[in-house]
Design a protein around this ligand. Sequence first.
Ligand code: ADP
Ligand code: MG
Length: 243
Amino acid sequence: MSPPPDVGAERLLEVRDVTRVFASLIAVANVSLDVVAGSATGLVGPNGSGKTTLINVISGVYRPSGGTVRLRGRDVTGTASHRLCRLGLNRTFQIPHPLGDLTVADNIAVVRPRRGATPRFDADPLEFVGLAAAAPVLASRLTSGEQKLLDLARALASGPDVLLVDELGAGLSARELEHVASLLVRLKDAGLGLLVVEHLMDFLEQIVDDVLVMDAGAEIFRGTLRGAVSDPRVIDVYLGGAP
Ligand code: ADP
Ligand code: MG
C-alpha cells in the first residue's frame, strides 16, 4: 500500500496496475499495492471479488493480462511459482492440498529451501506452527485445521521474505484462530512482509497495518481496517451483505 507505514521501510513487493482477464470476465482490474518488510496488508472483499486471482498472479500461478509485479525491485511479472519461491516469495492456499501419502515431516522435507539469502525467519517450521509432534503422521490423517498449519509450515520452509496468506483463518476454531493470528504477528515481527486475505475482521485487526478492499476485481478502498469498516461503499458491497 502507499504510503508505506514507516518512511524508509523496505518495500519488498510492488504490484502495479495488475489486471487479469478470464475470457470476458475481468477478475482483477488495475490493482496496485505494496508490501513492506515487517508489515501486513489485509486484502478483503466479497466472494468472487478477485482476491485469490490477485494472489495467483503475484505468486506466478497465472500471468497477468496487464501490469507488473516487482520483488525487492526486480521485475518478476509472469515468473513461475517455483522460481518465485527461490527468490523469496511464497503463499498458502485457500484449500491446502498436502501430499497426503507422505508424512508431515516429509511434506516439509521436500520443500527446497531458498539459497543465497539468510531467511528472515529461520525457526523450524513444524515447531513454529505447533505440528512437531505430528511429524511421523501421514498428512492425510490431519484435521483440516492442521492441514492449514502444515500449509503455512510448507510455505515458511522455503524461507520467504514475502508471504501471501489466502483465508488461513476460514474454518478454524476460535482457539486455532488465536494461534494462527499470533503466528502471523511473529512473522511480521521477524521482518517478513505479509499480504493477508481474510473475511474475519477480528482476526485481521490483530494482524494488519492497512487494508485494500476489492469489489468486482477493482479497488474500492485503501486505508486502515477501522476506516474500511466505517466506509459507506465497503459497508454496501461487503459488510452489509455479511450475515
Ligand atoms: P475471491 O478469491 O475474491 O473469492 P476469485 O479470485 O477466486 O475471488 O475469483 C474472482 C472471479 O474470477 C470469479 O468470478 C471467479 O469465478 C473467476 N475466476 C477465478 N479463477 C478463474 C479461472 N481459472 N477461470 C475462469 N474464471 C476464474
Ligand atoms: Mg478466494
